[in-house]
Design a protein around this ligand. Sequence first.
Ligand code: MN
Length: 299
Amino acid sequence: MSAIVIEKIATRQGVIGEGLVIRRALPSKERRMVGAWCFLDHAGPMQYGPGEGLQVGPHPHIGLQTFTWMIEGQIMHRDSLGYEQVIRPKQVNLMTAGSGIVHAEDAVDNQPGTLHAAQLWIALPDAERHREPAFDHYPELPVVTQDDVCVTVLAGECLGKRSPVKLYSPLLGLDISTTGAAKTTIPLKPEFEHGALVLRGSATIAGEALTPGTLLYLGTQLDQLNIECNEECQVLLLGGEPFKEEILVWWNFVARTQAEIEQATMQWNEGRYFDEVKGSPSPRLIAPSLDGLNLKGGA
Ligand code: MN
């Protein structure tokens, strides 16, 4: 049996909407995916002033699911299926783009507020990626408390609880929170690879000291994970079977060929194919130019 791969990967700074700075943990040049999880932004915790909240205008997605885990604050989701849904703390919004959907995410009003959230994408397997688009709001997720540690099962199953979130690959998503010093052991599926990101505070995970801004990648073959918090802390743990298909991720699209990306980009920028989102106060986003881009060469 080969040694278990453990990597510490620094997140990089990203900007969403009108200048909100976030930490991007996936994809990175070191690690593109954890299972089918192919994108992870950690936004906040941050305070914003009047009119300075999230403003991400209408933009399209194909070939993926967007998965939002709200920790503090609230966001209004609007999409081209006609859904208008505020997401609040401890809730998940899941949007299955499939063959194509458009959405916008905005602060609910112009008041000052707080934002702390994890925004993830899940690549859809080839057999599912052209399916009808869908949107689901999950107001409550199953919670297990052990060793003074509160484990919320966001995706997949753990500790005898199963998340209701509708997925198309074997995945795990856990929020692990403590209100003070605590340690616990989480059972893992050895066929899954995993990634852990501290969202608040500090924790020692699999013997590695971590704070926000570092993704801990753990390869397959682990059947349990030791987590030790020295203070109040919160950790996002992702897992999944290594994704067997090669994917292309460009802008808001997950595809298999450059031709598919080019087609979706042209369709969006020319106002074809994708439906409209109504009600967002933010301007429609434009896909960047594909000129000179060779996706197969690896950008
Ligand atoms: Mn989006």
